[in-house]
Design a protein around this ligand. Structure first.
Ligand code: AMP
Ligand code: MG
Length: 416
């Protein structure tokens, strides 16, 4: 038997973050199965169809205020005018007659505008004596009226395939009168931690052992994406255990994610274990933190082997895994919000890799925004992720940063 080729060598060319993202995303296909479900159960799911509006929302032109519906031509050019109140219109109780010039209708918010009217005068702007109102010259024809279809017009695409159903989308589906909606089936993601030094919560730590935290931060990040989660625990660095964990994971899930075991030395061992189960590439990525990454296929499941260090797990998940999973889940990917902010710190940096610094966006006394580092940036300092509300991203070709220089910042937006 020949020795396996070394997988990560010092001079193996590193992939840039962008190259790795493109390579990964080019392999992603959305899951094909679609479920039709009751709209409330669809919260957090991705739409499997465009939703065309079959009705106008609102269905009728109506008043945006409590007041008086009039014909805009009755607004006086100067001084004031008097109009006769001939009826009262409540929301859901339309007036079937017509309002003539010189007349008006008492109307409540949401009430359907009667024939002959196009303008509403707020009740606060009116003087009323018995059934006569006096209005001033300061009003504009068409004011305070909501037009039929101004929210959603018949035939319009109200929601797009791949859109995530959030509270506003639930409301939109309901306003269209839809009780059910087609969504993509949830992605199934299995994950486990590898490492002889790892103990689970509830166990006692012996010398040299640590608690497995990656499985919990991964659980958090995956839960936020709305995928189905299969937590497979901690697997020891033993060939047979790793092999059977991968076999079970690939059997039950669309995607398998592990942490640990992809750095120099350990990667050989994992690779050897995986060789007859699929095709996995071990990459060195020009980034900090999170240099090693494994990506490929095990049986029919896609595989991401993330580094072991707790911050590297979160950074690599955020950069490479999150959008890949969203594409597979059938989501429309939105570009991430980026801010350009002055840095309160100087940073040493040589061109040739992308650096992710845990940062804090803050306002000074005048409300001016800037960003600073959380401090220690070691890839084992998970505390820095907890303090941070953004990544400061120093691009591949960037050199050092001076205090006050403008830097690129990606706010966490609740995803981390
Ligand atoms: P590895 O990539 O397996 O060499 O791990 C790199 C570093 O991350 C080591 O210090 C590990 O102890 C640590 N590490 C690996 N997996 C975990 C985990 N699940 N939870 C916390 N730390 C971990
Ligand atoms: Mg390890």
């Amino acid at each position: 038997m020949t020795n396996p080729e070394p997988l990560i060598t010092v001079d193996q060319p590193a992939l840039t973050v962008d190259e790795a993202c493109s390579l990964i995303q080019s392999q992603m296909n959305p899951v094909s199965c679609i479920n039709k479900i009751e709209i409330r159960s669809a919260l957090g799911r991705f739409l499997a169809e465009d939703i065309h509006s079959k009705i106008n929302v609102p269905s009728h032109t109506n008043s945006a205020m409590d007041g008086y519906a009039i014909n805009g031509n009755d607004i006086p050019l100067k001084a004031n005018a008097k109009l006769n109140v001939v009826c009262t219109v409540l929301a859901g109780q339309p007036f079937t007659g017509k309002i003539n010039s010189g007349e008006c209708a008492r109307i409540m918010t949401g009430g359907m505008m009667p024939a002959g009217t196009d303008t509403v005068i707020m009740q606060e702007d009116v003087e009323r004596t018995n059934d006569i109102i006096t209005i001033q010259a300061c009003h504009i024809k068409g004011q305070n009226v909501r037009q039929a279809g101004e929210d959603l017009a018949i035939g319009q695409v109200a929601l797009h395939k791949g859109q995530k159903i959030m509270p506003a989308e639930l409301g939109i589906l309901a306003s269209l009168g839809l009780s059910e909606v087609k969504v993509q089936r949830r992605l199934r993601v299995a994950f486990f931690s590898t490492g002889d030094e790892l103990r689970s919560i509830g166990e006692t730590l012996a010398d040299g052992e640590i608690y497995d935290s990656n499985r919990y931060s991964l659980y958090g990040m995956l839960s936020r994406l709305g995928v189905e989660i299969i937590d497979m625990g901690v697997i020891a660095d033993r060939k047979q255990d790793i092999e059977s964990a991968f076999a079970a994971a690939a059997e039950n899930a669309d995607v398998v994610i592990t942490s640990g075991g992809v750095s120099v030395g350990e990667a050989d061992f994992v690779k050897e274990t995986l060789d007859n189960m699929g095709e996995v590439k071990f990459w060195k990525i020009a980034m900090k933190p999170g240099r090693p990454l494994a990506f490929g296929k095990i049986k029919n499941a896609l595989f991401f082997g993330l580094p072991g260090n707790p911050v590297a797990v979160m950074v690599t998940f955020y950069q490479f895994v999150q959008n890949a999973l969203l594409i597979m889940a059938g989501a429309r990917i939105k570009p991430r919000l980026q801010l350009q902010l002055p840095s309160s710190n100087a940073f040493k940096k040589a061109p040739g890799r992308t650096t992710f610094i845990r940062g804090i966006i803050e306002n000074d006394q005048n409300g001016k925004m800037s960003v600073r580092s959380t401090g220690q940036q070691g890839s084992g300092i998970l505390n820095s992720m907890s303090q941070a509300n953004c990544f400061i991203i120093l691009a591949h070709d960037d050199g050092p940063v001076n205090k006050g220089d403008i830097v690129n910042v990606e706010p966490f937006e609740g995803f981390i």
